[in-house]
Design a protein around this ligand. Structure first.
Ligand code: SF4
Length: 437
């Protein structure tokens, strides 16, 4: 029997790393199990390092023939390399393979840290790695194209790899009831937009599970875990195309659970919003990023301030709570960004606001072409890089591992200290309004 351990990173940058569930680790475990289900000669486990001090992690890692790491966030990279190093000392025969966006971007460096790296999607590559490990012919690079590996072509993720407490909690919907059993799902992956600060748009097309799969997954979650509510981790939870959105939401509706998710204002119509409500949607988080049209244009958000207002209005009309997601520190911010944002919040009255600081995260256009955005310096300590920090608590890492030039193409830019101060002022205001969570 060949054994594989898939490592969940510590997610050290979050106030409560156990609140959300590890979607990709569960997905890859399911994919591997499903592939070897006939031969039954591969055993896959998930090793959960969340909340475990780095000097204690090795005592929570049993021996396996191979360890897999999926690293979409640069902030996890250094920690994962340390974990792999510890494992190599304790279990020197094991092989280590890593994939994810960070590996896609820094493939040469990463190839030095792992026995094999995965470029592109992991499904078929991880299967090949297992086969090659057993034959003793492991290669350095395994490469595939997202266009050939549809997310919907694989079974929905099973959750039995982790204890029930790591799968279901009552935190995700705490605003809506004290004890709502909830969990995260990922019905699609990828995003078709190209916002300049983002690296979550991998792949650059949206790959969806079928409506039947979605219905079956919800049924499974209800039967096995008594789940009452689901948190969609999809980048765009209401598909842009009407023809996709309608059967998608109807499938969720047949599941008979409450749901929330994040989406864009693009393509939202009265009809879609009504169906979202009917299918159990109670809250939509929306990537507004900035209330300054100039900033929206610089980051190529492809939305207008008027569209944002319309979206929030539709939410209100249909009884769906709206959480507006903002980023401070984006290029092009006017000097009065705090007052401007406050005035916008007072005008449109979203139910909740989530505010984070910009990270010019490796892989994003802002990182690649930072001079073009007036950025003088980006900190290359990877541990400081994670997209969307500082949202939930002052104890979360502040982020902002960069500095603007004093004068930029849009005028005077904020210093790092200015941006932190703007975030603190705005966070305090939002807390006073009871708009944060
Ligand atoms: S910010 Fe959201 S909409 Fe923009 S590219 Fe990233 S995932 Fe897509």
């Amino acid at each position: 029997m060949f054994s594989v351990g898939i490592i969940i990173p510590s997610w050290h940058y979050w106030a409560n790393p156990s609140k959300i569930q590890p979607m990709y680790e569960l997905h890859f475990a399911t994919v591997i199990d499903s592939h070897f289900s006939k031969t039954k000669d591969v055993k896959v486990s998930i090793i959960d390092l969340r909340g475990i001090r780095s000097d204690q992690q090795i005592y929570h890692i049993p021996e396996h023939d191979a360890y897999f790491y999926w690293i979409p966030k640069t902030g996890d990279y250094k920690g994962m390399v340390k974990v792999a190093g510890q494992i190599k000392l304790h279990y020197p025969k094991a092989k280590h393979a890593a994939g994810g966006t960070h590996i896609d971007i820094f493939r040469e460096d990463c190839a030095n840290d792992f026995d094999a790296i995965v470029i592109g999607p992991g499904e078929e590559s991880f299967i090949s790695i297992i086969k090659d490990c057993r034959k003793g012919s492991l290669k350095k690079i395994y490469k595939a194209d997202y266009a050939d590996i549809p997310y919907g072509g694989y079974p929905f993720m099973r959750r039995h790899y982790l204890p029930d407490t790591a799968i279901v909690n009552n935190l995700l919907f705490e605003k809506y009831g004290a004890d709502i059993r909830s969990t995260c799902v990922l019905f699609s992956r990828g995003c078709c937009f190209k916002c300049k600060f983002c690296v979550y748009n991998v792949p650059s097309i949206i790959q969806m599970k079928s409506p039947a799969m979605i219905e079956n997954e919800i049924k499974y979650l209800k039967e096995e875990y008594s789940v009452q509510a689901i948190n969609l981790k999809d980048e765009i939870c209401i598909p842009i195309s009407r023809d996709t959105a309608i059967p998608f939401m109807e499938a969720i509706g047949r599941g008979g659970v409450m749901w929330r998710g994040q989406t864009t204002v693009v393509g939202i119509t009265e009809e879609k919003m009504a169906l979202a409500k009917k299918s159990g949607c109670i809250e939509l988080a929306v990537g507004v990023e900035s209330v300054s049209q100039k900033v929206l244009d610089i980051i190529d958000k492809k939305i207008t301030v008027e569209q944002i207002k319309h979206f929030i209005k539709l939410c209100k009309e249909h009884g769906i709570k709206c959480k507006m997601c903002l980023i401070f520190g984006l290029p092009g911010e006017p000097e009065n960004i705090v007052d401007l944002t406050r005035a916008f919040v007072e005008e449109v009255k979203p139910d909740y606001v989530s505010l984070s600081g910009l990270d010019p995260v490796p892989g994003s256009d802002i990182y690649r072409n930072h001079k073009r955005y007036g950025i003088k310096h980006i900190d290359e300590n990877w541990e400081k890089h994670a997209h969307l920090l500082y949202r939930f608590s002052d104890s979360e890492e502040v982020g902002l591992p960069f500095e603007y030039e004093k004068d930029t193409s849009w005028g005077k830019a904020f210093s790092r200290e200015d941006i932190i101060e703007n975030i603190r002022r705005m966070q305090q205001y939002l807390r006073d309004q009871k708009m944060t969570y």
